[in-house]
Write a protein that binds this ligand. Sequence first.
Ligand code: ADP
Length: 511
Amino acid sequence: MPAGAAAAADPSAAAEFALLHRPSFSIRKKIALSFSLCFLLIGAVALASSLILRGIEERLYFLESADLYTSHIQQARRYEKNYFLYGTDLRSALEHTRQAHGSLRGARAEVQKVLGPRTYQAMLRHLEQYRELLSRLATLPAGAGEKGAIEAELRSHGAEMVAVALRVVEAERRTVWRMLRLSKQMPIVALVVLLALILYVVHFLTRQIVAPLGRMVANARRIAEGDFSPILPARRYRDEFTDLALAMNRMIHELDRRQEMLAESQKLRAIGTLTAGVAHELNNPINNISLTAEALLEDYPSLSDEERLDMCRDLIAQSERAHGVVRNLLDFSRQREAHMEPLDLGALLRQTDKLLSNQIKLARVDHRCAIASDLPPVLGDKQQLAQVFVNLYLNALEAMGEGGELRVSAELDPSRPGLVRVTVRDSGRGIPDDVLPYVFDPFFTTKGAKGTGLGLSVSYGIVSEHRGTISVASRVGEGATFTVHLPVAELAVAAPGVQSSAQASDHPNRP
Ligand code: ADP
């Protein structure tokens, strides 16, 4: 059979199949990915900062060269003007032009990078033409008519060179300032982005860990309450929690199996108690019958009529007792079809109060019954449930003897939605720990011949048939509290889930 088909047959295998057959994306990988993302962002910011600083450095070099170049051009232009005004020689002008040329060529790489090759070529052309004009001027004889034209050309090239140089220097300065501002802002922006990223990563990882943990806690809680349905996948991906869910599912399976085994062994023990109880209960009256019948047979002639009648009455009483035992036994085992109807538990409890009011009064018991005003009806058999509460009241009265407190309450259980909780609490002698596990067993009694040991086991059967639970808590000397949970009428009809949750917390020692 294919794995999927096998899984479909068994819910535990189906859960395992569903848990395992999901793409894997472990929490470890998610953490590694999140931190890599943060690291990448930090790396990108560092790289961008270093690139900006390198850009600033290059531009500062360029500005240095541009300053030097501008200063040589300005000097050359000063000497050129002196030549025209005062007739000084042009050697210094030529020298500065040569140095400007040298510094322009020396800074060629930076200038080309910053201004582009075309601007560099244009600057070089202007400078070379300027130098050529200066050289031509230096070789012209004094008073040559060409001078005027050369002067005009020199001025135009010189002015153009200075203007370009100043323009470029100014533009570059502005760029450097912009880059500096950017390098100042970048760490702040990066910090804000990093903070947002870290917050998101923390939130994401917390969600990845805390939410499944919460689900596991809820699962552990429901398992503790006896709900042994397997854990199913809640997310798209398989991760470390999948292993935990698989381990818990194995544990649930094992718990379920063991509980069944326990129930089996308890059933056997209960049958043993039942057989011993029936034998004991029947033995006494049968013994008495046979002793009385023998005596009647032997002493018949010597007995008076009155004595004979007494013995016959005794025989009838003993048969009645045996009959009572058998009737109780039948009550216990009979699968009578319950007549279920929406019931007002409050009214039923008040009826029980009335029924037993005389006994309560005689025993001088302080009795109070608190019924919640919003108590919804439960679905039940009136007669059977009345029998349960009468049993619980009678046991409580018996345990208290004279005096004491009997407290009864009925309300919706806030911790178990859809269930009504009835508690019957007494301040009697309580139940010892070694007795507590057996009180719901048939024929278990600590009252000797006065008890039948059937009251609680019959009550247990009735409550279970109502898809409810009955449990007891007690401390010796402090009294006992019996708690009955019954499903609310409309939920009992509509939701099968109520059945499982109600049955889930069955008394642990019950078959
Ligand atoms: P019976 O009352 O005939 O003994 P039950 O099944 O009603 O049978 O009760 C079984 C045993 O549980 C009792 O014998 C008694 O030991 C114990 N028990 C039940 N209710 C109480 C109670 N309210 N306080 C102390 N012990 C109790």
